[in-house]
Design a protein around this ligand. Sequence first.
Ligand code: BES
Ligand code: ZN
Length: 624
Amino acid sequence: MPSKRWVSGLLLAGLIACGGSEPAMETAAAPATEPKDVHSYANADEVRVRHVSLDLTVDFERKVLSGATLLQIEPVDGVKPMKLVVDTRDLEIRSALASIDGVDFAETEFSLASADPILGSALTIQLPEGAKSVRVDYETSPSASGLQWLDPAQTAGKKHPFLFSQSQAIHARSWIPLQDSPGVRVTYQAVIRVAEPLRAVMSAETLDEGPREFRFQLDKPIPPYLIALAAGDIAYEAISERTGVYAEPSVVESAAKEFEDVDSMLQKAEALFGPYRWGRYDILVLPPSFPFGGMENARLTFATPTLLAGDKSLVGVIAHELAHSWSGNLVTNATWSDFWLNEGFTVYLENRIQEAVFGPQRALMEGALEVQELRDEMATLEPRDQILHVNLDGRDPDDGFTQVPYVKGMLLLRTIEKAVGRPKFDPFLRGYFDHFAFQSITTADFVAYLTQELPEAVEQVDVEAWTEEPGIPADAAIPVSHALEEVAKTRERWLSGAITVTDLPAKSWSTQEWLAFLSGLPADAGAERLAELDAAYHLSDSHNAEILSRWLLESIKRGYKPADKPLEAFLTTVGRRKFLKPLYEELAKTEAGKRRGLEIYAKARSGYHPIAQVTVDQILGYRP
Ligand code: BES
Ligand code: ZN
């Protein structure tokens, strides 16, 4: 019987928890409240998946993962569950089996509901009485929303294909049938089969390094969106004893150099927020189609290669993903309406790390730039989307992806910090991470804990107005950067003719000063002004993706023609959504621009990640 063989194979490897031989796994405490997650079909109020075992083969020819997922389940106190409902999206289910002793498996009935465009399909599996585990045999779809399959041409090496997952927010279900809710924490293990000479990496401890077979295990309970996999021609370079970089061979050395401060960030973070609880911290640098700046997968941050500016100026993103090891991965938003608990805390922590490693001036510049972005975006958002504790009923959680949870969330914490002072706020933060470690919590849980532990904060700050109302409260502790104020003054002097373009102190400007300079250019400074800057500072050739994308955006606004070619080159190689979105939006504002956008998109689309495709399809009104 194949099912039995599969399970006993894992048993032999000493991997699987079943029968009486449970390995020592850290168990998650019950969440403080039981929130309803509107983005999951799982019957987590009846039965909970506690451990996930994957056995998957990476098939680059067919662009599918195929194999089996074993779910170890536990009834919720007092419930005798008759069924297990898990989330899926575009999965081809072959069979479902259940087991009472974790050794013998028998086929059981299952039904796959019709697909909801946002949530996917509920998979309902009948449970025999006393069932302890369930196994699903399946394969993924080539268009799985949580996977991107890259052709060799889309990699740095151009020789081998590449695969990576991106599970946040609700895409884990497109490659693993599970209770895909951040309120359901699981430990996991995996066997990943991939052809030589490729390597597989995951957001877990590596037990076995191939060839052809890679084994992983994570014994800390995480929300499913942190389960991650990549496979390709991947090399490794250590940075310190507990940190290092994975990347394609031609990239790994420069990546290790760019991120060499990561151990010092980790030390500063531990001093501020308490021990790092995950063992190693590594970074995987992906090919340029990776749709985000970074993704905080457990133990293994996934990062865009556009961070490799050569001068460490963009490592704030690494500080951010590292900070998620506390805010997000250790203490997790219970639902996507509480997303600000992940991101707002993380932007605050990121800033504290930057301050500790690079000094307050850099931290204030980053903070001030973020607030500017928040203000710009806020002006375009409906009131309901300006609320931290956002209502996402009937909506895709990706719609909650604005600067609001990030920067308004950070401002709330800064405002509390300012009200009570660091000598009180810092111990509060450490206590928060200790108290809720390995739990998923709601906004209400946070407010209750704050009220109890830091009553003087809630006396001074109207926390409810912050979390439940639109806008930025008047008492917000806004970071002010004198360096960026200087930049603004200098820009005025140049625009008014008091100084010439070569008098700008730009040679000594940091990336952040350049970004502030460019984003503050007034509308009446036209293409001829950009030409002056370009002649003096070669911005159209910038190798810094943040500066280049900002430059390209200002160029579209002003019809600055020499930037046309670099714009097309950028949009056809880089797939980071944060860059694509404003550029295509700006193009779409005029008829001619929209035509141009569609022309470029026709060439670029197939290279974008499914998540980025959805975003740009919407902007250009493109129907695939
Ligand atoms: N966790 C997010 C990325 C994410 C959020 C993916 C929601 C899918 C759904 C990650 O930590 C993040 O915020 N990345 C930012 C960088 C950060 C410095 C603001 C990004 O990718 O731009
Ligand atoms: Zn984040």
